[in-house]
Design a protein around this ligand. Structure first.
Ligand code: GLY
Length: 443
């Protein structure tokens, strides 16, 4: 099968590996914004271009004539790549431009839930003035301030975490109002976050293992939000702080949103839907929807895949998904991103570093290169999340500890990562914290 893939990050590298487990049968053609050395090791067929340049994407795949196209990042989805590729006759996995508003416009998402689903949102309001922001915060208490458009996961600021007074929150809202004309305020939720991603096609839905993303820059959830510093999954596909009822409610909400979005746009939804949820004392709430695989969560999930992925994705792109065909190994996983010292606050100059790929592979783990180049056999940072180390095992704690040993050898040591992703004690603390929240303790 000729498979087209759009994107060039760590997630797309993991997708490339999972899609190319049968190189005698399949060939991979990648449309990328930079040469990812990991993807280049999987296929020599890479065309460079901008992620939102739909004409250039279409031109490339018209040359290649793939049997299936899979899209990694949000930019081509929001720019309408799926609409054009399907019109040209290519089975394409991803939502249409209208459906991608669910990620591209946070007020569309909240409004859709309000109009067509009726549950799942915290108190929220789109405000256009500092006075309205102040009134809303005085009414609901602490809030998260969320720019309405895409910010790569980095624009959201939360009272009590980044914003330490009513005035700071109003000032942050005013900053976005000046820039964008409006901003979304949401009641701050207290609980544990989890990422549920499903593959869905024409109303049929196949869930992937639940992941927990570590979004803050530093250990202990300190610092600014990032695109995600790492994630873990559990062998049973859930999280130890979730009940079966919690997960059922999250899945019902996903299903209701897929139905609402398909009805609203008049088109079946075919692709990934990623619900970033918070479980709280009062139940399950949605923090954000994304219309793609998560990064890093997708690295965990693609590494766990235990089925013929090209056939499953092709069936989903054609509206014929058999949910039971998407299978995952019953193992735990941990993924940790190595990042430049100042990430995400500054984009430092490129820097050479040493990370022993052989040692990682001998440990049975793998690397997913992301914002990184390879020059003269040496790794070079390009500014954003650099390279992920991913491993599988019995428990996240065991895998996390092994990754720590591998990353201790990185030179220079200024490149950093979060040590606490999947750590045994941290996972246990999350379980205990959630038990206290359910018991009504004020944390
Ligand atoms: N892990 C956050 C994201 O993919 O947006």
């Amino acid at each position: 099968m000729k498979i087209g893939l759009i994107g060039s990050g760590g997630r797309e590298h993991a997708m490339a590996l999972a899609l190319m487990r049968n190189p005698q049968r399949d060939r991979l053609f990648v449309y990328a914004s930079h040469i990812n050395p990991g993807i280049a090791a999987v296929t020599g067929e890479v065309r460079m271009g901008k992620m939102d340049d739909v004409a250039s994407i279409l031109e490339y795949f018209n040359d290649v004539q793939p049997d299936l196209i899979v899209i990694g990042p949000e930019a081509p989805l929001i720019a309408g790549a799926v609409d054009q590729l399907r019109k040209a006759g290519f089975p394409t996995l991803g939502p249409t431009q209208a459906q991608s508003q669910l990620e591209g416009d946070k007020s569309f998402m909240r409004d859709l839930l309000k109009r067509r689903v009726g549950y799942g949102s915290p108190a929220w309001q789109v405000v256009t003035s500092a006075d309205d922001a102040r009134s809303f915060i005085e009414k609901v208490g602490e809030v998260a301030v969320k720019p309405l458009g895409l910010t790569g996961g980095k624009g959201v600021r939360v009272m009590g975490v980044h914003l330490h007074s009513l005035q700071e929150a109003v000032d942050d809202a005013a900053h976005w109002i000046k820039k964008d004309g409006s901003v979304l305020l949401e009641e701050r939720l207290v609980g544990e976050e989890f990422s549920r991603i499903v593959l869905t096609s024409d109303g049929k839905t196949a869930p992937m293992p639940v992941a927990q993303d570590f979004k803050y820059a530093y250990d202990g959830d300190q610092g600014n939000m990032t695109g995600g510093m790492g994630a873990y999954t559990m062998a049973d596909g859930s999280m130890p702080f979730l009940t079966a009822g919690d997960l059922n409610k999250a899945d019902r909400l996903m299903q209701d949103v897929i139905e609402a979005l398909s009805e609203e746009t008049g088109e079946p939804y075919r692709g990934f839907l990623y619900g970033q949820f918070m479980v709280t004392r009062k139940g399950i709430y949605i923090i954000e929807f994304n219309v793609r695989l998560g990064d890093p969560e997708g690295i965990n999930e693609m590494t766990l895949v235990d089925c013929d992925l090209p056939q499953v994705f092709l069936a989903a792109a054609q509206g014929k998904l058999a949910p039971e065909a998407l299978r995952f190994a019953a193992r735990s996983s941990v993924c940790k991103y190595l990042v430049p010292a100042d990430y995400p606050d500054n984009s430092p100059d490129p820097q050479f570093f040493h990370l022993d790929q052989n040692a990682v592979e001998q440990a049975g783990f793998s690397l997913s290169p992301a914002s990184v180049a390879k020059e003269g056999g040496r790794w070079k940072t390009l500014g954003s999340r650099t390279i992920a180390v991913i491993g599988l095992g019995e428990t996240p704690g065991e895998v996390s500890a092994k990754i720590e040993t591998l990353l201790a050898q990185v030179q220079p040591p200024e490149l950093r990562h979060r040590k606490d992703v999947g750590d045994e004690q941290i996972v246990q603390q999350k379980v205990e914290r959630m038990a206290k929240i359910r018991a009504g303790e004020n944390l």
